[in-house]
Design a protein around this ligand. Structure first.
Ligand SMILES: Cc1ncc(COP(=O)(O)O)c(C=O)c1O
Length: 482
């Protein structure tokens, strides 16, 4: 039995109150609490009780008392780990709509509004980020975009499309196809290549952590000499470890001149939304020539998790891999006329057949913030990182940057108290452990030029300058108590 009207309103109000209460929970707790594996699992009923729990208060109580304390709070204002998973309240409201207007958008006929709202949101994003016009549905070409669940899915789809297109143009041994990415690229690039049955080459990067056209071609030439075929290149704009940018311009130039059949994909999972700011558009130089581009709205793009827009220059390159027209779908889909750009079937754009109404959640957030609000959020994220970087630079007796801040990410090391020299890799691994035990902070570390370093980006929608200062103080204490 579902709710009656009154009970539903009351339950929804209680959930809304808990959403508000969660902000004060966050103020009074640390990013991570000490938990042991199995803590939550063992605290819950071994079997689902026969009769349903009809008290929303008791269920919220379980969230408050049992689930929330065992969380790593990604939305905590002092969370500097990984990259953001931004969740402003409008996303919570959008999720309610998403699940209320519940439909499954595998085709235009099954969900016309879902399909067209998604198209509209994709076109708006192209304008906001300054991506090529030919990615838009409103352009006269064959481009377009839709949501993939994650950046990893986007890269996989691009890689599968690359394989399909390459083999349709060249009659070659499919075992000889190679996919390239930089040695700093996210592991989803190599996984995508493996799933697409391509061999992977991780191209050496320069001192900035960037793959350049020159370095890429050096690797390609050696592969071609060995009888392989370059089929796919994943260019990363904003790598996970140090937020480095591959040199897109030199890469597209060299591929266009010598290897025109290679599919060029850009993974801008983190940095994509930064292109809303005109001062960063130069990093997109060469973007007109790429076959596909993805970013994540969950990171800094205020769309919530599982909304990773991906655009393609030619949608048929992508859909050729997936088109199937089973007879159980025919009755309505024979209305489809491929000449009409709005009658696209998004099931052909990705592995998942069904598609939820993410577009309504993202649309709500976009309408709510507007272009100005979207840019403001990006600026604030960068501003907090700038403040943190300034603190590091004013305290060079304790810390040193391993490279200048890149967008919202600061990468640094600490100097040990006793030796007044760079902490070694083990010191930094210890720092990470002590941060968790002493302050309930999650600190992510990575390796750059054989040295472990620490990463910090201010991730919560609610993070502010006080949080930056507080985290910094805790880091100083940790460094000095080494
Ligand atoms: C550059 C880059 N690509 C891909 C990913 C993977 O993202 P997702 O979880 O959406 O697959 C990340 C995650 O941080 C990333 O930084």
């Amino acid at each position: 039995m579902d709710f009656n009207e009154e009970d539903f309103k009351s339950a929804a109000e209680k959930i809304a109150s808990f959403i508000v209460e969660y902000d004060s929970i966050l103020k009074n707790c640390t990013v991570a609490n000490p938990v042991k594996p199995g803590d939550l699992y063992n605290s819950l009923d071994a079997k689902l009780p026969d009769s349903g729990e009809k008290s929303i208060d008791r269920l919220i109580g379980k969230v408050r008392d049992e689930i929330s304390p065992r969380m790593v709070h990604w939305s905590h204002p002092e969370n500097t780990a990984w990259y953001p998973a931004v969740a402003p309240k409008i996303i919570a409201l959008g999720s309610m709509l998403e699940n209320t207007l519940s439909c499954v958008g595998f085709s235009w006929s099954s969900s016309p509004a879902l399909t067209e709202l998604e198209q509209k949101v994709m076109d708006w994003l192209v304008d906001i980020y300054g991506l090529p016009e030919h990615f838009k549905f409103s352009a006269s070409g064959t481009g377009g975009g839709c949501f993939q669940g994650t950046a990893g899915e986007a890269v996989l789809n691009a890689c599968l499309a690359a394989r399909g297109r390459f083999l349709s143009r060249k009659d070659v041994d499919p075992r000889k196809l190679i996919a390239y990415c930089s040695d700093q690229a996210h592991c989803s690039c190599s996984r995508a290549a493996q799933i697409s049955l391509m061999q992977v080459r991780k191209v050496e990067t320069n001192d900035e952590g960037s793959m350049t056209g020159e370095l890429l071609v050096k690797q390609i030439k050696s592969d071609v000499a060995d009888g392989f075929y370059p089929a796919f290149v994943a260019v990363t704009l904003g790598t996970t470890g140090i937020c480095a940018f591959d040199d897109l311009k030199s890469i597209v130039e060299v591929l266009e001149a010598h290897y025109p059949n290679v599919w060029i994909h850009v993974d801008a999972a983190y940095a994509g939304p930064m292109f809303a700011l005109k001062e960063y558009k130069n990093l997109l130089s060469g973007i007109d020539k790429v076959d596909s581009f993805n970013t994540n709205l969950s990171k800094i793009g205020i769309g919530g998790f599982d909304s990773s827009p991906m655009w393609v220059k030619n949608r048929f390159d992508l859909t050729n891999n997936f088109v199937e027209n089973p007879d159980y779908l025919r009755s309505h889909e024979n209305e489809i006329n491929d000449e009409n750009v709005h009658q696209v079937n998004f099931r052909d754009w990705t592995l998942a057949f069904g598609r939820k109404f993410r577009a309504i959640r993202v649309w709500l957030a976009m309408e709510w913030f507007g272009v100005y609000g979207i840019k403001e959020h990006v600026r604030n994220h960068i501003k907090l990182a700038t403040e943190f970087e300034d603190l590091i630079l004013k305290n060079t007796q304790v810390f040193e940057l391993i490279k200048p801040r890149s967008f919202g990410l600061v990468c640094f090391k600490f100097l040990t108290k006793h030796r007044l020299k760079n902490g070694n890799n083990k010191d930094h691994d210890d720092f990470v452990q002590r941060a968790k035990i002493q302050y309930g902070l999650i600190v992510t570390s990575a390796i750059w030029k054989d040295q472990t370093y620490l990463r910090a980006s201010f991730n919560a929608f609610a993070s502010n300058s006080n949080d930056v200062f507080n985290v910094f103080q805790k880091f100083v204490n940790l460094a000095l108590s080494e």
